[in-house]
Design a protein. Structure first.
Length: 102
């Protein structure tokens, strides 16, 4: 945002029109900032951002689960137990978030 410095002794005195123009520019800057913030905080935009983040996390989790499942297929019972627990925890988190968003 643009800073307006007050006139000091020896400086050129600003006219009323110059002051009004400065105020107008500051209002326009402020309006633009408020509009940007309103756009960021719009519930639809927030929901869309949250949905995109959830999809990214789900994709990452699916990849990790796939790798882990490959190890479990090799017969490691500990991996199978951890995989089942992780899947249940993820499902619980998804269900909880879905219920909260309603």
């Amino acid at each position: 945002m643009r800073q307006v410095s007050p006139a000091k002794s020896g400086d050129e005195i600003r006219s009323a029109q110059q002051i009004e123009n400065d105020i107008k520019r500051q209002r326009e800057d402020l309006e633009q900032t408020v509009n940007e913030l309103a756009g960021r905080l719009d519930p639809k935009n927030l929901a869309q951002d949250a949905q995109e983040q959830a999809k990214e996390k789900a994709t990452e989790a699916a990849g990790a689960a796939k790798d882990f499942l490959e190890e479990a297929k090799k017969g490691n019972l500990l991996n199978i137990a951890v995989l089942a627990g992780s899947a249940a925890a993820c499902l619980g988190v998804v269900i909880r978030k879905a219920r909260r968003s309603k």
